[in-house]
Design a protein around this ligand. Structure first.
Ligand SMILES: C[S@@+](CC[C@H](N)C(=O)[O-])C[C@H]1O[C@@H](n2cnc3c(N)ncnc32)[C@H](O)[C@@H]1O
Length: 465
């Protein structure tokens, strides 16, 4: 995909080192790691963005591109530059087109997207961004030095004018693909702009307190002792004022909490589980909602997951939280292979979907998905509903969930399911955070006091006796 990356000329601005890194003596004579030039981080972020445009998700792309592992601060900068560029890719692409008469090599083009993202949205000094990006481009293609320099300096001459010209395209204005914007306008004529704005925000770090191990107040006190402030939200959610490495939070290893968006934390309570119930989580990994169910009551819980690797992650999460479930690697759409014939009291179907409601956390999703994916996923979701419905006991309830904002996967999916199953009835539910929710649809976004969540869809379906 890309040519070799050479170090930029020195002296080069570098990514600052973690002050907490042990000194030479403390680390037993280990030589200090050389600081990473910003140009290297820009280049790797550009490679990751290109890999996403070729169809790989950002986590997989970063793991592959950063195989040898940059040091802590450079690694954080790499993630920030990659996700930031993907969040604002619409405007970065459009701005570059305004200033580049010919299209450069893909990696040079992507380095310039990264630099434009930094110039518009980061606090790095513009002369540093430009000199490092120019060095990065020149390391790929010596002939690109003048081109990169001219593009970035032309942009800097009048950024406001460039921005107003870029706004002419919907992709630049909303930082989503055009088909996505068109689809949202059709599906949500009154809310499409709010949904797009919410999707362009950044989700906070939200914890779900494990009520079997701690109370919200206990977790809050331990965080406060480390000067970490957190705001309580909904039932057992705590929203941290600033994002942090979760493994380093006090109480994480002891299973006092999990990381889970506040919108996802609505699933457990909506299903209304009680001690002794037979419960199925049909699409369970990595186990966020399944663990919540197991925290709420003593259940006979079966957790199905089609992907063995993801099922292992679920088991690790359950072990950390001190919870138990019967975990099976199986296709929920083929009950003959895993069902013993005893009906479930409750079923959670957190169906595979476009993820169009969670792009504030996964901005790569905006550029990975194709419009045709919606219909394919809707067909897969319908197959799962139909296969699972016979496994639900009369009077039992199935909670259908997606993290999507497209009608075909949500309201339209449920209308069709109700038409196919005479014994299916939709139960009215209340979602907190109105007006951010409508008809079971939670829109992404919010504020710190009343709600702040990703986009989810919930439909609670009861089987008539
Ligand atoms: C939206 S995620 C579930 C997230 C999970 N409920 C949580 O809260 O952590 C959907 C999961 O369903 C799995 N999956 C997809 N198709 C499936 C199928 N036919 N049977 C079982 N699992 C499936 C995917 O591998 C993925 O892990």
């Amino acid at each position: 995909m890309t040519g070799p990356v050479r170090e930029a000329e020195s002296p080069a601005p570098t990514i600052a080192h973690d002050a907490a890194r042990p000194s030479r003596c403390a680390s037993g004579g280990r030589p200090p790691v050389a600081p990473t030039p910003l140009s290297i981080v820009q280049t790797r972020a550009a490679q990751a963005v290109l890999a996403v445009l070729e169809g790989r998700n950002a986590d997989a792309a970063l793991a592959q591109i950063d195989r040898n592992g940059l040091d802590g601060p450079a690694r954080s900068a790499l993630v920030d530059l990659t996700l930031g560029t993907l969040r604002y890719l619409g405007e970065c692409r459009t701005l570059l087109k305004l200033f580049a008469r010919a299209r450069p090599r893909p990696l040079v083009e992507a380095i310039l997207w990264v630099a434009l993202y930094q110039l518009r949205h980061s606090r790095t000094a513009s002369h540093v961004v430009v000199s490092q990006a120019v060095a990065a481009c020149a390391a790929i293609d010596a002939g690109a030095r003048g081109f990169a320099n001219a593009v970035l300096r032309n942009y800097l001459r009048d950024p406001a004018d460039a921005w107003s010209r870029a706004l002419a395209t919907p992709e630049a204005e909303w930082n989503h693909p055009e088909w996505w914007i068109r689809r949202l306008k059709q599906d949500h004529p009154d809310a499409w702009e709010a949904i797009l704005r919410g999707g362009n925000g950044q989700g906070p770090l939200t914890l779900r307190v494990n009520r079997r191990r701690a109370t919200v107040e206990q977790v809050r006190e331990r965080l406060a002792a480390r000067k970490i402030s957190a705001q309580a939200l909904f039932d057992h959610a705590l929203v941290l004022a600033r994002p942090r490495a979760v493994e380093q939070l006090p109480g994480f290893r002891e299973g006092w909490f999990s990381v889970q968006d506040a919108g996802a934390q609505l699933a457990g309570p909506l299903l209304g589980v009680k001690d002794g119930m037979r419960v199925l989580d049909a699409c369970a990994a990595p186990g966020g909602k399944a663990a919540h169910l197991a925290e709420l009551a003593d259940l006979r819980l079966t957790a199905l997951e089609i992907d063995a690797e993801r099922a292992r992650r679920l088991e690790q999460n359950f072990a950390r939280l001190g919870l138990a479930a019967d975990v099976r690697v199986a296709d929920a759409g083929a009950p003959h292979a895993w069902w013993d014939g005893v009906a479930f009291d409750r079923i959670l179907l957190d169906a595979p979907c476009t993820g169009s409601g969670v792009v504030r956390r996964h901005p790569d999703g905006k550029w990975l998905k194709r419009e045709s994916d919606i219909a394919q996923l809707a067909a897969a979701q319908a197959r799962l509903i139909d296969a699972l419905w016979p496994t639900l006991a009369p009077g039992g309830r199935l909670l259908y969930v997606t993290c999507s904002v497209f009608h075909a996967e949500n309201a339209a999916q449920i209308e069709r399911a109700l038409a196919r199953h005479a014994d299916m009835r939709r139960v009215r539910i209340h979602l907190p955070g109105a007006p951010a929710s409508a008809g079971g649809q939670l829109f992404p976004g919010g504020n710190r006091r009343t709600h702040n969540h990703d986009g989810y869809f919930y439909a609670l379906l009861e089987k008539q006796r």
